[in-house]
Design a protein around this ligand. Structure first.
Ligand SMILES: C[S@@+](CC[C@H](N)C(=O)[O-])C[C@H]1O[C@@H](n2cnc3c(N)ncnc32)[C@H](O)[C@@H]1O
Length: 261
């Protein structure tokens, strides 16, 4: 299933073009991350060990999961190895090509859809967990993908998504430059961000806006986990903040919510 480019919202079309071009640079990380066995999983730009933060639900066996913006789909592979039945959707056919190759190499098969996570071709209440690690969570419009995640989840289902921390987005000069100690853009009204360095579009909200949006779409918020790197840890692929900065202020946040039963 593929949505034709000219039917896509502007931000989805632009991000599809951007990610089809960047996919080649994400192959190594995909290969590394697919190799991680249960208990060895690492989150986000700093590779924070799952064994330290315990983000994954304990009861994944037999659960239907959907990864919104799965990229090379290593998170879904982790879920599959923990007994879940994953589905991945991604806006970039090039990212999915890597995902499909890695599925074959690892002998782990699950459906991979090419499409926009704001409109997923599955019936209401199909999944027990919707998850996104820097996928739809930052590249899709939250006013579209959060209602869609709610629609897709069964009552009591979980939503878990990892994003750049809001404070980082206020202090980062542009996509490829490290965070400063100054607030460079307004917090009030934070939503759609476009970068001077490329044509992509990101979305970030202030905390009150996230809380209101989640609650308005039937979610109860269970946790907001700020991730901090170990002293001296590096994030070579994403130099958006120095280690010193990221140990003082969060660069990554994980929202955890549950759809009201
Ligand atoms: C950084 S990757 C996330 C995957 C993986 N967790 C990772 O960190 O590499 C971002 C992915 O989001 C996808 N994406 C962007 N907008 C999307 C949308 N509207 N619907 C589905 N996927 C989208 C991109 O194509 C890309 O593969």
């Amino acid at each position: 299933m593929t949505t034709l480019d000219d039917e896509l919202p502007d931000h989805v079309r632009r991000n599809r073009e951007a990610w089809d071009a960047w996919a080649v640079d994400y192959v190594d990380n995909g290969e590394r991350s697919w190799r991680l066995a249960p208990g060895e999983e690492k989150w986000g730009n700093w590779g924070i060990p799952e064994s330290e933060v315990g983000l994954l639900p304990a009861d994944l066996a037999g659960k239907d999961t959907i990864e919104l913006g799965c990229g090379t789909a290593y998170v879904s592979a982790w879920l599959a190895r923990r007994g879940a039945r994953p589905v991945g959707i991604d806006n970039s056919e090039k990212q999915l090509a890597t995902a499909r190759r890695l599925q074959a190499e690892h002998g782990i098969d699950f459906p991979l859809l090419h499409g926009n996570a704001e409109t997923v071709p599955y019936p209401d209440a199909t999944f027990d967990l919707a998850i996104s690690e820097y996928g739809a969570s930052i590249w899709a419009d939250p006013h579209r993908w959060i209602p869609e995640a709610s629609r897709l989840l069964r009552p009591g289902g979980r939503l878990m998504f990892l994003v750049n921390a809001t404070i980082l987005m206020l202090c980062m000069p542009d996509a490829e430059e490290p965070a400063t100690n100054a607030m460079l853009r307004p917090y009030r009204g934070l939503h759609r961000l476009e970068w001077t360095s490329d044509q992509s579009v990101n979305f970030h909200l202030g905390y009150g806006d996230w809380i209101r949006l989640l609650r308005a779409n039937g979610f109860e918020i269970e946790n907001l986990v700020e991730l901090y790197p170990a002293e001296g840890a590096t994030a070579p692929d994403f130099p958006y903040a120095t280690n010193e900065w990221a140990r003082r202020w969060p660069t990554e946040e994980v929202w955890m919510a549950r759809k009201r039963a």
